[in-house]
Design a protein around this ligand. Structure first.
Ligand code: GYE
Length: 381
């Protein structure tokens, strides 16, 4: 099987080079583009993205493995970011469900505990094990070219999920979210919401995700773009490392420095929002729907959506963690010698508590706002 993959990689590399040369790659649109050529996915994530469809077909295809010829188990090394959030737990589970023994896979899972150096070493370990495929969710967006070149030299295709890589294109496909769009959406929502509520001045505190992660960079950039365009004041922007403890700690220090001076808190994931809520509650700061401080979050995992429904979080911008079914599609395409798309975007929803705005326009595209119900929470990861 390895030999065939090597020749396929060469073929893919040649195709990529040709495409880059004429500048018309249909699938390598830069992230951030909302063009029509990228593939969108995960639309039915709420329904059951990791369920029947993917599970059934994967078993079949894995057993009809055309490159191995004898129904070999496919070995996959997965270098996961860590275990910092509810989102991460859902992402890990999605991969473990899809790449199960029953489905014909041997999944080598490494939790890199948010340590970029350990993640590079995990990838090197997979090369040594001569796995068939490597999945990486890059903790930070830079520092990848050397190790990805090593994967390429070993003939092991790398599939990147979730966060992006900035300094190398030596991977076959990326499946994830447009983080800048998520940040823009939060900004556009806040603009429309403030107008509706007659709020004229925005003084925002941002609790960022982990430093150097593309999810942090994109959300920060997107929100700042709208803030700058509307003359909002971003009082401070510090990392809470995507954890509940981090969110609480940063919020506690913000309250010391800015008590009475802020009316918006933007947390770059749900877990940070939970921590920020604790800090505000302890300090007697009132947040949420109809209160002094508007609280905005990202991820929209079920625990986050519960807080939207209860009115503690005003709006939550979804980041869909169920990439594994799409990763499996990529692997099947590679197995049968097809060229997968270089970028696959997950489909995402914007969730709110109040039924006062039906949509916002992000990147020139009108997008619905969904009022959270118990049904939605029950179907969410
Ligand atoms: O928002 C956060 C997680 O990379 C998009 O990482 C992901 C982020 C997600 O820890 O909860």
């Amino acid at each position: 099987m390895k030999k065939k993959i090597v020749s396929m990689m060469t073929c893919l590399a040649m195709t990529a080079a040709l495409m880059a040369g004429c500048g018309s790659s249909p699938s390598s649109s830069s992230s951030g583009d909302n063009d029509t050529e990228k593939e969108e996915s995960g639309d039915n994530a709420n329904a059951d993205a990791s369920g029947d469809e993917a599970g059934d077909t994967s078993g079949d295809d894995a057993n009809n493995d055309t490159s191995g010829g004898d129904g070999d188990t496919i070995t996959i090394g997965f270098a996961q970011v860590g275990h910092e959030s509810d989102w991460r737990t859902a992402s890990t589970k999605s991969c473990q469900d899809i790449f199960s023994k029953e489905n014909g896979y041997d999944l080598q899972f490494v939790d890199c505990d948010n340590d970029p150096a350990a993640q590079i070493e995990a990838v090197r370990g997979f090369i040594q094990q001569a796995v068939d495929y490597i999945i990486v969710d890059p903790i930070v967006s830079k520092g990848w070219d050397t190790v990805l070149t090593e994967c390429d030299d070993a003939g092991i295709p790398v599939i990147v999920i979730d966060r992006t890589i900035e300094d190398s294109d030596k991977y076959v496909s990326w499946v994830g979210s447009n983080f800048k769009t998520e940040g823009l959406a939060a900004g556009e929502w806040l603009k429309a919401y403030a107008k509706e509520k007659g709020i004229n001045e925005i003084n925002a505190l941002v609790i960022e995700g982990s430093t150097g992660a593309s999810a942090t960079l994109g959300r920060t950039e997107g929100f700042k773009e709208i803030a700058d365009a509307n003359g909002w004041n971003i009082l401070d922007s510090q990392t809470g490392d995507f954890t509940e403890a981090g969110g609480q700690e940063v919020m506690e220090s913000y309250i010391k420095s800015y008590e009475g001076k802020f009316n918006v808190v933007i947390c770059q994931n749900d877990n940070e929002a939970f921590g920020a809520m604790t800090a505000m509650k302890n300090a007697g700061v009132e947040y949420g729907v109809g209160k002094d401080v508007i609280l905005v979050s990202f991820d929209a995992c079920s625990a986050g959506l519960e807080k939207v429904m209860s009115g503690d979080i005003n709006a939550d911008f979804e980041c869909n963690p169920l990439a594994a079914p799409d990763v499996e599609k990529v692997i099947k395409q590679l197995q049968s010698g097809e060229e997968p798309l270089k970028e696959v975007y997950m489909t995402e929803h914007w969730f709110v508590n109040e039924d006062i705005l039906s949509s916002i326009t992000v990147n020139g595209e009108e997008q619905e706002l969904t009022v959270v119900t118990q049904e939605i929470i029950d179907a969410q990861y």
